[in-house]
Every structure is written in C-alpha cells, then in structure tokens.
Design a binder for this molecule. Structure first.
Ligand SMILES: Nc1ncnc2c1ncn2[C@@H]1O[C@H](COP(=O)(O)OP(=O)(O)OP(=O)(O)O)[C@@H](O)[C@H]1O
Ligand SMILES: [Mg+2]
Length: 388
C-alpha cells in the first residue's frame, strides 16, 4: 500500500510543489496550512510521515511534533527549517524527529530522507527508551558533573541521534563513546574509531568512504571505508575539528541521505550508523571563524556531552586513583592495595594537565616501579614533579 505523507506549511507554494512531487512518486499526500489543521487531519486519517515547516503562525513545528507524537507515536516527522531556526530543528531531533532539512529544500535529498524515514520505525521519546542491557565499560566518578554525564549517556544511548563529545585531552571522550555504543542495541555490531587528526584530505576520504579499484594511483583493489565497516553499529570520529572542508560536505550528505559512495563509484550504498564525534578544540569558535561548517556542527551536536577537566572535579581523583591502583596491581601481580593519605593528598592537589590519562599513567608507573613487597603507595612512588 502507498505510504501517506502529510505536508504542513503555511506557504501555499511550498505545499503545492511538495504535494505534486510526492504524488508523482506514488505517495498518498495530504496538506495542511498549520498545526491545528494538521492535528485534525492526523486524527481523521492514519499517516506515516509528516513533513512540517518550523515557523508557522498558529503553532511551531516543534510543538506540532510533540502534540502529534503524543497521539501517534509511530509517526515519522521531518522538519523543514530556515537557517535561523536550525536550533529549534535540533531540539526537535532531541524530541524524536527523524531529521531536518534546511531551506531551500533540495528535492533529491528530501526524497532520500523521506524514503529512509519510512524504512525505519519511529524512535520513542527519550524517557520511553528501553533500559540498558549490559554494562562493560565503566566510567569512574561521582562528581555532580560525572553523574549528569552518565545520566545523559543512559538516556540517549538507545537513540540513533548523533552525539558530540567535547573535553580536553585525556578526559575520557573515547570511553564515553564506547559506553554509548555498549549501552545501545547496536552493541553486538561494530564500534569503529577513526582519528581525523591531520590526515590529508584524499586519504581521509578513502578511509571514511572507501574506494573502488583504480580510483586513485595505487588503488589496486576495492577498499571498504569505515562507514561501511561500522554499518549497523557506531562510528566514532575523533578530532572532528580537523576535517577538511570537502570531507565536511561529504559527511553532511551522508548524515542526511544515509548512504555513501565509494571514491570512484556512483553506486550508493545504504548506511546505518550512529555517529559519535569528539573534539578537544572549540568547534563553535571554528564555526565562527568559518573553518567548520555550521550546518554540520548543528547536526553533529544534537546531543552534546562535555567532559570537564579533572582539576574541575577533584572529588573524582581518589576514586579514579584507587580504581587504577587495583587494575595495575592485578595486571602486574603487585601487592599494592592502598594509597597513603599523604600520597593521596599529592594526587588531589596536582594540576592534571593531561587529565585522567595522566593520572592513569602515573599510577601505572608507580605500581610498576614500587618495591615488590610494598602494600601501600607512598609519596616517594610518585614523580617529584607532581609534588610541586
Ligand atoms: N572516568 C573514567 N573512568 C575510568 N577510566 C577513565 C575515565 N576517564 C578516562 N579514563 C581512562 O583514561 C584514558 C584516556 O581516556 P580517553 O582515551 O577516553 O580520553 P580522550 O578524551 O579521548 O583523550 P584524547 O582527547 O587525548 O583522545 C583511557 O585509558 C580511559 O580508559
Ligand atoms: Mg581520544
């Protein structure tokens, strides 16, 4: 049976153009000029997908989405937004919208997004998401900041929404990315991590999207890209701030159209990945400076998780230190079981420019370098520089 699409826009012209285009494709199309009329129509006739404008006189697209989904939880919703209302559209994604497109609407992209949306079941509201299934990776910490981060992880893990993780080097960004994966229904599919730092454009393009034989000098076989390798699972793009402009455009297209083309090929390959991106640079500043596309930025940070530096959550230091002590003592067959209060004092007061990674390394070397019979980690086991 033909899928039913409801088009909601206060501009008659847009309704007409879209109605004609989708009717021609064989969809059953209805139109409404505002939120109230749309809600009435939805009550009268079942509908698979709603395509709605964001700014309309009687109701915003966001409100319409929320009200419509309350009664019709399986309705897929796509928003059409002007540049100025992108933040609203992002909020709509958090509330369960399938996607948003910026005006002027590119019909080819819209067709693909609609097709993809009709293939996938609508995602539930965050609060209705299934509880986590298994726990493997643990993120140690009890500070208010960490508690809030862990709550966010549990809340969004199941959704397909893109997540942007920011924070200084060594704060645990990759660990959080792995948690998001392990706590999702994608857990038994691949988790693929790619560092985008300082990779030349063409190499990164091949790395991400793959290439067919002969696409470039030296390409003597077909190459699978990381998107394909991660299909069904999670793709973790580290150092996202470093990706060159051409790849930014390609990435944006993949996120919208959910398909890739290998370099040198015109055959689209459908892709279902959850994208988690991380950066330790200020992406907003890069957007302001014009080196990072704002449309890509908005799409990447539908959910934003910021990891504060360790010096701003010092209450986590004893927990982390004891965790690492136990881990490395076991790994190295050492008798160390506790950290003396003087040593802990030093750890608590250090500046931790390298954050948790630095703490982990220091405990590891303290364990390895301590006398084999030592049971308590003492200040003398710590590097002198820490004590300054
Ligand atoms: N809260 C935590 N609990 C346990 N281990 C942690 C925690 N945070 C970080 N780590 C550990 O610290 C190390 C650094 O973490 P990770 O690689 O995730 O940092 P990152 O933010 O990705 O750093 P970079 O920006 O340098 O890539 C890892 O070994 C990780 O397991
Ligand atoms: Mg990392």
């Amino acid at each position: 049976m033909a899928h039913t699409i409801l088009i909601v826009d206060d501009e008659l012209n847009i309704r007409r153009v879209l109605e004609r285009a989708f009717a021609k494709e064989g969809y059953q199309v209805q139109t409404a000029e505002g939120g109230h009329q749309a809600l009435r129509l939805l009550d009268e006739t079942p509908c698979d997908l709603m395509l709605t404008d964001v700014v309309m006189p009687d109701m915003t697209g966001l409100e319409l989405l929320k009200r419509a989904r309350q009664k019709h939880p399986n309705l897929q919703v796509i928003l059409m937004t002007a540049f100025g209302t992108i933040p609203t559209a992002v909020e709509a994604m958090r509330a369960g919208a399938f996607d948003f497109l910026t005006k002027p609407i590119d019909m080819e992209t819209l067709r693909k997004v609609v097709r993809n949306a009709l293939r996938e079941p609508a995602t539930a509201q965050p609060t209705q998401r299934k509880p986590p299934k298994r726990k493997q990776v643990t993120f140690i910490g009890e500070s208010p900041a960490v508690k809030q981060i862990l709550e966010t992880v549990e809340r969004v893990a199941e959704a397909r929404t893109n997540v942007l993780i920011t924070g200084e080097s060594g704060t645990g960004k990759e660990l959080i990315a792995r948690m998001l994966h392990e706590r999702s229904s994608r857990a038994n599919k691949p988790f693929v991590a790619v560092s985008c730092a300082a990779i030349p454009e063409t190499l990164l393009e091949v790395e991400l999207f793959g290439a067919v034989r002969g696409a470039y000098t030296g390409a003597d076989t077909d190459r699978i890209g990381k998107f394909e390798a991660a299909n069904g699972g999670t793709l973790f793009l580290d150092e996202i701030g470093d990706i060159p402009p051409l790849i930014q455009v390609k990435l944006l297209r993949v996120l919208q159209e959910r398909e890739i083309e290998r370099l040198g090929s015109n055959t689209p390959i459908p892709i279902d990945v959850r994208l988690v991106a991380a950066t330790n640079c200020d992406l907003q500043a890069a957007v302001d400076a014009g080196t990072f596309r704002s449309d890509l930025f908005y799409r990447l940070q539908v959910v934003h998780i910021h990891l504060p530096p360790l010096r701003e959550r010092r209450e986590d230091i004893p927990l982390l230190a004891n965790h690492f002590l136990k881990k490395f003592a076991e790994e190295n067959g050492r008798a160390l079981r506790e950290i003396s209060s003087e040593a802990m004092q030093i750890l608590q007061n250090a500046c931790w420019k390298g954050n948790v990674r630095e703490l982990e390394n220091i405990i590891e070397s303290a364990v390895v370098l301590s006398p084999p019979d030592a049971t308590v980690l003492l200040p003398e086991h710590l590097p002198p520089a820490l004590r300054l």
